[in-house]
Ligand binder design. Structure first.
Ligand SMILES: [Zn+2]
Length: 278
């Protein structure tokens, strides 16, 4: 009898210990996507903005290239509110000088300004998609083989003229080499855009999307469901490029994040455990 009571008590304690924490997977640094696990039923706010939490307690958030370093996670669990300050580290970014870019991409002619505005409105709109696809909680696979020819965050100087920083991971490979879906998802956009050429955007759930740019061929259409590792496109040299490569971007809604921080081959997994006091 005594042993039985003890076993039951131990069981209750270990259940409580499992439930009473929030686990954050990812590097607390600029440009990072953080994937979290809260107790089932908990509510989560990032900097006072509510984040969507799945029925299993999963959620995501991210900060941009130049974001502030001090952030706040608020969790309400079993009616009790707890605040966790999150300190992120600052990154240092390279300057990348690129010459030989066609002048129509450095200083686009007036007649394409409406098209460029329309392209960015469309991209913005599809990146505001919120679904509860669980794909984003899996480990990603690298979308293409090849040399890393450009990294996230670099300040860009095209033909001597400073332009926006680079927000993608560039993988150089021959025209026609396959592009694989890094996670499963649903195709949100598949078309030719002025700067990014043939472009595919795939939703992976919870506001996280991948963008694949400068493609030579697209193998999917809007609304298609894709599996992880599915061949979705071929690498190309369309849009503002100086040679064939894949430019892979990750967004959390409009926030641009660093794909390399999510690939274990570049970034070891880091986990933070935030204890919820009962
Ligand atoms: Zn690029």
């Amino acid at each position: 009898m005594k042993v039985w009571v003890k076993a039951l008590l131990l069981c209750a304690i270990s259940l409580g210990a499992n439930a009473a924490e929030v686990v954050l997977n990812g590097t607390l640094t600029q440009g990072s996507l953080i994937r979290g696990q809260a107790p089932v039923g908990a509510e989560v706010w990032f900097n006072e903005q509510p984040v969507v939490v799945s029925a299993q307690g999963q959620f995501v958030f991210g900060i941009g290239r130049d974001a502030a370093l001090q952030h706040q996670l608020k969790v309400v669990h079993q009616g009790k509110q707890q605040q966790f300050p999150l300190r992120f580290t600052a990154r240092e970014y390279d300057i990348q000088r690129i010459t030989g870019v066609e002048q129509k991409y450095v200083a686009p002619p007036k007649e394409v300004s409406a098209r460029i505005a329309n392209d960015s409105a469309k991209v913005r709109q599809v990146r505001s998609t919120l679904t509860e696809l669980q794909a984003i909680f899996a480990e990603p696979v690298r979308p293409a083989a090849g040399r890393i020819s450009g990294v996230y965050g670099s300040q860009r100087v095209f033909n001597g003229q400073p332009r926006n920083p680079h927000f993608g991971l560039d993988i150089a490979a021959p025209i026609g080499a396959p592009v694989f879906a890094p996670w499963a998802g649903k195709v949100l956009l598949a078309e030719d855009l002025y700067f990014s050429g043939l472009t595919v955007i795939v939703d992976h759930g919870f506001g996280v999307s991948s963008t694949f740019m400068h493609l030579n061929a697209i193998k999917v259409k809007v609304g298609d469901t894709v599996a992880q590792s599915q061949h979705i496109a071929d690498i190309g040299a369309t849009g503002r490029v100086t040679g064939p490569h894949l430019d892979w971007r990750i967004n959390w809604f409009q926030e641009r994040l660093d794909p390399q921080l999510l690939l274990p081959e570049f970034t070891p997994n880091q986990t933070q455990r935030l204890a919820l006091t009962p």
